[in-house]
Design a protein around this ligand. Structure first.
Ligand code: HEC
Length: 164
């Protein structure tokens, strides 16, 4: 009995030493910004902050839209369609984070305009594809006005058009 409880005390003592060493070693690594957090709640908070709001998806959308312009300039309609699909995914991921942006995203772009532009890129015809590009651009700009960021439209990206 007596030796049994001694073993138990020893085991418990060893376990607690291990636990302390573990926590200590995590705290000692400053780059473990997630693993070193004190709780999952703190981890999720850090992730949520790090993953930003609507601005970062829009940044990606802008970059992909610029590549669509480049793709159409080379008659690479498949590349244009590829980025157009990624733009849809990116906007949906954007409003997963900022639900207030969903109504205008859907009404102005995703519900019908997105499909029309997708067909235009799929037609393998330069004239139709460029018409699709203009339609897309107008929807982007309309949403910026609707979402009270009209200054977004005054930048080189929205001056892109079919080359002469
Ligand atoms: C919900 C409607 C909506 C649609 C649709 C939309 N945008 Fe935006 N866009 C916004 C809002 C809102 C911001 C400002 C985000 C912020 O302040 O966090 C923005 C910002 C931007 C920015 C600046 C991002 C940055 O921080 O560098 C670019 C570029 C952009 N949009 C491009 C586009 C393009 C291209 C399209 C069309 C393919 C488009 N947007 C469609 C609402 C929209």
């Amino acid at each position: 009995m007596k030796s049994n409880s001694l073993v138990l005390v020893l085991v418990l003592a060893m376990l607690s030493v291990c636990a302390v060493t573990d926590a200590d070693s995590l705290e000692k690594k400053p780059n473990d910004w997630l693993l070193g957090a004190k709780s999952d709640a703190e981890r999720f908070e850090s992730l949520q902050t790090y993953l930003r709001g609507f601005d970062q998806p829009m940044w990606e959308v802008g970059e992909r839209f610029r590549i669509i312009h480049d793709a159409l300039s080379r008659n690479n309609f498949e590349l244009a369609a590829y980025h157009w699909e990624k733009i849809r995914v990116t906007i949906k991921n954007g409003y997963m984070k900022r639900p207030a942006r969903q109504a205008n995203s859907d009404a102005i772009l995703l519900n019908s305009t997105w499909g029309e532009v997708n067909e235009a890129f799929g037609a393998n015809n330069a004239q139709q594809a460029w018409a699709g590009f203009e339609k897309a651009k107008n929807a982007c700009m309309a949403c910026h006005v609707a979402e009270s960021v009209p200054f977004m439209n005054r930048q080189a990206l929205f001056e892109l058009a079919k080359p002469d």
